[in-house]
Design a protein around this ligand. Sequence first.
Ligand code: SF4
Ligand code: SF4
Length: 180
Amino acid sequence: MNATEAVSICRKKLEKVTPLCTDCGRICGAACCRPMEAEETGMLLFPGEQALYEGKPEWKIQKAGQDLLIICTGECDREERPLSCRMFPLLPMEDQDSVRAYMDERARYVCPLVPSGVQGVRPEFRETIEECGRILLENPETRSFLHHLRLENEALRTLRKDWRVTHGRQQDQTDTEYRE
Ligand code: SF4
Ligand code: SF4
């Protein structure tokens, strides 16, 4: 299976399975889609995903270091949204011999689902994220990308904890739910 095929399967699996049974965007006004003021907002594309936007000039793609960002204006055709958006606010990560869903650290200050933790989202969504993680691990490029996301997630988490220690802040309530 090549990277584009792996990403396509995952996108399909996450087409209708969302974090809550209802539209979670109604809780927060779709906070994760809202672009920053006067800034273009981009979502990371998975390896091979760019091919799915060929011939679709309405989607602008640009390089960001080693990665590719798809630029969005805060509204899109749901059927075309990138895999990163479909997975948010979770990320699948290898955990010894299995794959588990973790909260994406980038969601912490955006998504109201974070305080309830991974167990707070719909089980079907969590399980589909884990299933997608297993699929993405089968291809070397998507496997390496997931590994890169994991390192970034861990680095962000460490930074946040260090900042709290330095500033004498108590553990914040959302810290207990990294996994549970
Ligand atoms: S920020 Fe969280 S709750 Fe809001 S739309 Fe995005 S995933 Fe759903
Ligand atoms: S691509 Fe679509 S789903 Fe993703 S952030 Fe933009 S508007 Fe939201």
